[in-house]
Write a protein of this length. Structure first.
Length: 296
């Protein structure tokens, strides 16, 4: 499961920056738990480093992404945003050892007020999100990025915990809308004509939520007429993460962007909290209590 892929030109060694970052999450800051799996924010620089190692295993070793030599040497997926983001983790507490050895999934969360004070949002390197933000000066946005789960943990339970963590975090910080890059494999958009056209014709963000790929990177998603798109086949062709966002009530921006470093075709996912399906609000709980009842 991936969202928000790394541009190799932005890879820097942030290990010292992460050490300097203040980790505010207390030891009891668990956001959800299902049997042996739990989700919470990273508490230490060592846990962030371990999450970067998980990302490296998925993005580089599995997906064959191209990263800078220093990232290759350290076997860590790192960039300049890591030091300012909160890192959501899923841990398998049945694994013996320290927490760093228990991390099986991760998400990177960046709140708007933090991004404004620092380097901005990662997604802005591919999409013109500034226009979207300017249109909603009274709303608080959050960027979701670097989502990945180790292969043996790509189950409904793990995904549910990641969403539990995202939802609890969004409620805690009064977030009004989430966004981030969703990716399809390969650098030839035409190979995803069915899936991209389905997204374009059915869930394109419009009016106040309209947002587009940066002009110099824009690749059309309107590759097939709507009457030629078979919805069932199109849904089968979409990555699970993008389908998950759709079920929640997400929209997509206009235009795709090819990420050559990660060999993917990216679309921008936009999810206003007000759009989240009532079915999912009921499932996770309006107070994010669905999987927190056993949390001490």
């Amino acid at each position: 499961m991936t969202i928000d892929l790394l541009d190799s030109t932005s890879v820097v060694d942030t290990s010292q920056a992460c050490v300097r970052k203040t980790i505010a999450a207390p030891a009891t800051d668990v956001l959800g738990r299902i049997v042996n799996l739990e989700t919470r924010l990273a508490r230490t620089a060592a846990e962030i480093d371990a999450a970067q190692a998980v990302r490296y295993r998925v993005f580089v070793e599995e997906m064959k992404a191209q990263v800078a030599p220093e990232a290759e040497r350290r076997k860590r997926d790192v960039d300049g945003w890591d030091a300012i983001c909160d890192h959501l983790l899923v841990l398998d507490t049945s694994i013996e050892g320290d927490a760093e050895e228990q991390i099986v999934g991760t998400y990177r969360l960046l709140r708007q007020e933090v991004a404004v004070r620092a380097t901005g949002f990662y997604s802005a390197s591919e999409f013109a999100i500034g226009d979207l933000l300017a249109r909603h000066p009274d709303k608080r946005f959050m960027e979701l990025g670097r989502s990945c789960v180790l292969p043996e943990y790509r189950t409904k339970r793990t995904v549910e915990l990641l969403w539990q963590g995202n939802w609890a975090y969004a409620l805690r910080h009064g977030i009004d809308a989430m966004f981030g890059c969703g990716s399809l494999p390969g650098v030839v958009p035409a190979e995803h004509a069915l899936a991209l056209s389905f997204l374009h014709h059915n869930i394109l963000a419009r009016d106040e939520w309209a947002v587009a790929a940066r002009p110099e990177l824009y690749r059309t998603m309107d590759l097939m007429p709507s009457e030629a798109v078979n919805p069932k086949k199109a849904l089968a062709a979409l990555p699970p993460l993008i389908k998950g966002y759709m079920r929640l009530g997400a929209m997509v921006g206009d235009g795709a962007v090819v990420d050559h470093a990660f060999r993917t075709t990216d679309v921008l996912i936009v999810l206003p909290i007000s759009n989240i399906s009532g079915r999912y609000l009921n499932y996770y709980g309006a107070d994010a209590g669905r999987f927190s009842s056993s949390v001490s």
